[in-house]
Ligand binder design. Structure first.
Ligand SMILES: Cc1cc2nc3c(=O)[nH]c(=O)nc-3n(C[C@H](O)[C@H](O)[C@H](O)COP(=O)(O)OP(=O)(O)OC[C@H]3O[C@@H](n4cnc5c(N)ncnc54)[C@H](O)[C@@H]3O)c2cc1C
Length: 475
C-alpha cells in the first residue's frame, strides 16, 4: 500500500481539511518541552469514535503506527512520533462533546478530546465538582489525562485520574470499539480494563470517551501559603494538617524558595504575599481545605491548626487567603513554577515519589550527592508533598552551564533515580514514561514486571502499531 493510497483513505474517512501534512502538521510534531521532534505521514483529526476506529483500521492494514495526541502537554514526549515519518498522529481534539451529565449518579460522560478546564466548568454549571486540577488544564485533554493517569493538586483528597475514571470507550489495535462507559462504583466482573488503559500512554488503545466521577461543590475553600524552615518541618505540618482537617484537606504543595524566586523573576507582576524576612524562606507550603459548612467554619479550623504549627516551629509564617481571588493568586504562584523553570533555560526533571516519611532524608541526601558530583548545579524542587510526589529538578547556574547539564544528563538521572530507588520510591510519579524514561524504566522496574507488561502489550497490540517505542521498547 503506498503512502498516497493511505492518505486518500484517511481523507475519505475524516475529510480533507482534517488530514494535515507538511507545514500544517508541524505544530504537532514537537513536544511541549521542545525536547523531542518527530516526523509523520500526516496528522489526522477524527471527530467521532467511528472515525477513530476507521482510521486505526486503515493504518493497521497498511502497517502504519498510530500516535495518539490530545493537548500535547505531556512532559515525557509520549505524544511525539519517532523520526521515521511512517506514523500518523491521531489528534483527538475534535472529539470534544459532553455526552451526558448524570447528577443523580454523580457522573459525567465526556469525549476524550474535551479540554480539562471545559470539563471542570461544565461540572460546575451542573452544581458539581470535577476535581482534577493541574497547570496545563487550559490545554490538556481528558483522554491525555487518563492515558497518563494525571495527578495534579487535589490527589490528596480525590485521587488521581485513574481513581476519577469509572468507565471508558476505547478503540483497540484492531480498530474494534470497547463500549465500557459504565458509571459503576462497584464492578468486580474480572480483570479491570479501565485500570489497564489508565496510564497506558496510547500504547494499548485509543481512548475515545470516559465516564468520570463528580463530587459535591464544597461550600467553602480556604487556602494558605506558609513560610517553612525545612522539609522536616513541612512533613511534620502535613501530619498535623491530616489530623486537624481529616478529609477536608484537599491539597498540600511544597515549593523551594528558589522556585518562588524564579516565578517572581520571570513574572514580575506576581508577588509573594509575605513581608521581607518570610519572603526569603527556604521553603514554602500551599495548603488548601474544602469545607462543607461555611467560610467561617473553614477559617476557624484553618487558624487553629496553623496557629499550633507556628507555635511548634513547623511554620514561620502563614498567610490565609481572604477570598477566592486571593486564593487563585496563591495557586497561580504555584502553577507558574513549571513555566518559569522553562523560561530559565535547561533543567533535568525528575518526577519522583517516595514514602512521605523519607522525603526529608531524600532531599538532604540527593542535594548533597549532586553537589559532590556536579558542583554548582541548582535544585528546583517542588511538588505535591501530600502525595509524596516531588518534582526534583536540577538546573544550571553560572558555575554549571546549561550545556554541562545536557552533557551530564544521564549521570544526573542515574544519581537521582538510584537514590530514589534505594529508598523505595518511583522514578515516575505522575508524568509517565513516554520516550523520555524508556531506558530508565528498564533499569528500575523488575524483570518480572517488564515481562508481564510486554505480554499485555503483545496481546493487545501484536504488531506494535500503537505508539511504538513509548513505555516499552518497540518490537
Ligand atoms: C504547565 C504544565 C503543568 C503540568 N502539571 C501536571 C501535574 O500537576 N500533574 C500531572 O500529572 N501532569 C502534569 N502535566 C503534564 C500533562 O499536562 C499531563 O500529562 C496531561 O494529562 C496530558 O494531557 P494531554 O491531553 O496534553 O496529553 P498529550 O500530551 O497529548 O499525550 C500524553 C500521552 O497520552 C497519550 N494520549 C493522549 N490522548 C490519548 C487518547 N485519547 N487515547 C490514548 N492515549 C492518549 C499520548 O499518546 C501520550 O503518550 C503538566 C504539564 C504542563 C505543561
Amino acid at each position: 500500500v503506498t503512502n498516497e493510497t493511505v492518505l486518500a483513505e484517511l481523507v475519505a474517512i475524516v475529510g480533507e481539511p482534517h488530514v494535515l501534512v507538511g507545514e500544517a502538521a508541524q505544530p504537532y510534531l514537537t513536544d511541549w518541552r521542545n525536547r523531542f521532534t518527530g516526523k509523520a505521514l500526516a496528522v489526522v483529526r477524527p471527530e467521532s469514535t467511528q472515525q477513530v476506529a476507521d482510521v486505526v483500521r486503515a493504518c493497521v492494514e497498511a502497517n502504519i503506527p498510530v500516535v495518539a495526541q490530545g493537548g500535547n502537554t505531556g512532559l515525557c514526549g509520549g505524544a511525539t512520533p519517532d523520526a521515521s515519518g511512517r506514523s500518523i498522529v491521531l489528534l483527538t481534539t475534535r472529539l470534544n462533546r459532553i455526552r451526558e451529565i448524570d447528577t443523580a449518579n454523580d457522573t459525567m460522560t465526556v469525549e476524550a478530546g474535551c479540554i480539562l478546564q471545559m470539563v471542570q466548568e461544565s461540572a460546575r454549571e451542573a452544581g458539581r465538582l470535577f476535581p482534577l486540577s493541574l497547570g496545563a488544564e487550559g490545554s490538556c485533554t481528558i483522554g491525555g489525562n487518563i492515558a497518563t493517569n494525571a495527578g495534579g493538586t487535589a490527589v490528596l483528597r480525590y485521587g488521581n485520574m485513574r481513581d476519577l475514571t469509572l468507565g471508558l470507550e476505547v478503540v483497540d489495535a484492531a480498530g474494534q470499539v470497547w463500549h465500557g462507559l459504565r458509571g459503576l462504583r462497584k464492578d468486580n466482573t474480572g480483570y479491570d480494563l479501565r485500570d489497564l488503559y489508565a496510564g497506558s500512554e496510547g500504547t494499548l488503545g485509543i481512548i475515545t470517551a470516559a465516564t468520570i466521577k463528580l463530587f459535591p461543590q464544597p461550600v467553602a475553600r480556604c487556602t494558605a501559603m506558609l513560610a517553612l524552615p525545612s522539609v522536616e518541618a513541612a512533613v511534620a505540618l502535613l501530619a498535623r494538617a491530616r489530623a486537624g482537617f481529616g478529609a477536608a484537606l484537599t491539597g498540600y504543595e511544597l515549593m523551594a524558595g528558589r522556585c518562588m524566586q524564579l516565578v517572581t523573576h520571570h513574572y514580575p507582576h506576581l508577588r509573594l504575599p509575605f513581608e521581607a524576612a518570610s519572603a526569603e524562606a527556604p521553603w514554602f507550603g500551599l495548603l488548601e481545605i474544602s469545607d462543607s459548612e461555611s467560610e467561617q467554619h473553614a477559617r476557624d479550623r484553618f487558624e487553629a491548626v496553623l496557629g499550633e504549627a507556628i507555635e511548634c516551629g513547623e511554620a514561620d509564617d502563614a498567610v490565609v487567603a481572604e477570598n477566592i481571588t486571593q486564593s487563585r493568586a496563591l495557586w497561580h504562584l504555584r502553577e507558574s513554577i513549571t513555566l518559569a523553570e522553562a523560561e530559565s533555560g535547561k533543567s533535568i526533571k525528575h518526577d519522583i515519589s517516595l514514602p512521605i516519611s523519607r522525603i526529608a532524608e531524600f532531599v538532604a541526601l540527593a542535594d548533597a550527592r549532586l553537589q559532590e558530583r556536579f558542583p554548582g548545579v541548582v535544585n528546583i524542587t517542588f511538588g505535591h508533598l501530600g502525595d509524596g510526589n516531588l518534582h526534583y529538578n536540577v538546573g544550571s547556574s553560572e558555575g554549571f552551564s546549561g550545556s554541562d547539564l545536557v552533557a551530564k544528563q544521564d549521570d544526573i538521572y542515574a544519581l537521582v533515580h538510584d537514590t530514589v530507588s534505594a529508598m523505595g520510591g518511583s522514578i515516575s510519579a505522575e508524568h509517565g514514561i513516554g520516550q523520555l524514561k524508556l531506558d530508565e524504566l528498564g533499569r528500575y522496574k523488575s524483570a518480572q514486571e517488564i515481562k508481564v507488561m510486554t505480554l499485555v502489550k503483545k496481546a493487545l497490540d501484536p504488531r506494535c502499531l500503537l505508539n511504538p517505542g513509548k513505555v516499552l521498547q518497540a518490537y
